[in-house]
Each structure stands twice: as C-alpha cells, then as structure tokens.
Ligand binder design. Structure first.
Ligand code: IDP
Ligand code: MG
Length: 150
C-alpha cells in the first residue's frame, strides 16, 4: 500500500552538534509523515563503508565524516515518502538547494550536508537493514493520519 511506504532518513554527524535534530524531525512531522523508528547511535566505520559506493572519489572522507560522531537514524512512513523526502532535502550540493528545503536552509557545503534520505523505494530495505532499524520499528496508529490522508 502506498500509504505505508517507508524511507530511511539520517541526521548526519554535523547535524547533531549543530542542533538540527528538532528541525529535521519537525519538517517530517509537520508535513504529515509518521515516525515508525528512531535510533540515536554512533556508527561504526563499517556502516558507512557498506552504505556508500566505493568508487566515488570522496569515499574515504565520506566514511570518516559519517562515523565522526553520533547520528539520528529514522524510518518515516507515508504516501510517496521516498520522493517527498528527497524533495524536502533537495540537491546533494546545498548550493543548488533553494531556501525552504532542508539542505537549502541548514547547510552550505556538499561534504557537510547534514542529512541522508533514501533515493529509491528499492534502496530503503537495504539501508534500514544495514543500520539495524527493523528491530526499532514501533507499530502504532496516529489519529492525525485520519486528517492527513482522505
Ligand atoms: P545524496 O546524499 O543526495 O543521495 P549522493 O550522491 O548519494 O547524494 O552522495 C552521498 C553523500 O556523499 C552526499 O550526501 C554527501 O555527503 C557526499 N558527497 C557527494 N558528493 C560529494 C562531493 O563532491 N564532495 C564531498 N562529498 C560529497
Ligand atoms: Mg544517495
């Protein structure tokens, strides 16, 4: 069912000390998405190594960045949430992201772009498995959903 589509969102290690956890969560909450798992954690070096593709030129820096401090790993559920999440983040390089988007409002450099969002429905399952999020899943009904979807 499209309403139960999930995406994997991570507030990266720069987003945590910059005090952006609440703003990111607020964006998804206010949009009408449903939080179903949340974990505040320190990633091992291995996690970003497996998460990202080895062939990119900035791979080593990316791996270091992604385990340089705690992250907030989450699963958000809702209608078309994968696509909507990408639109809310906007471009990988914040300089190309308009104000009003998460990256357009909260960061300026591609190597410190504060947030990850799954880029396709196909990648969500792999990513949440890798980050051990399925064990954090909480199944509950929010009465707000009756007012968010017809
Ligand atoms: P995405 O996060 O928007 O899906 P990807 O192309 O999947 O972007 O790249 C993964 C992450 O790698 C980016 O979010 C960013 O942290 C980092 N990254 C991408 N391009 C560059 C770059 O040119 N220099 C440094 N880091 C980069
Ligand atoms: Mg990506």
């Amino acid at each position: 069912m499209a309403n139960s589509e999930c995406t994997f969102i991570t507030i990266k290690p720069d987003g945590v000390p910059r005090g952006l956890i609440g703003d990111v969560i607020k964006s998804f909450e206010h949009r009408g998405f449903h939080l179903v798992a949340l974990k505040f954690m320190q990633a091992s070096e291995n996690l970003p190594k497996e998460h990202y593709l080895k062939d990119c030129p900035f791979y080593a820096d990316l791996v270091t960045y992604m385990h340089s401090g705690p992250v907030v790993a989450m699963i958000w559920e809702g209608l078309n949430v994968v696509k909507a999440g990408r639109v809310m983040l906007r471009e990988t390089n914040p300089v190309d992201s308009k104000p009003g988007t998460i990256r357009g409002d909260f960061c300026i450099q591609v190597g410190r772009n504060i947030i990850h969002s799954s880029d396709s429905v196909e990648s969500v399952e792999n990513e949440i498995g890798l980050w051990s999020l399925p064990e954090e899943l909480v199944n509950y009904k929010s009465s707000a959903q009756d007012w968010i979807l017809e």
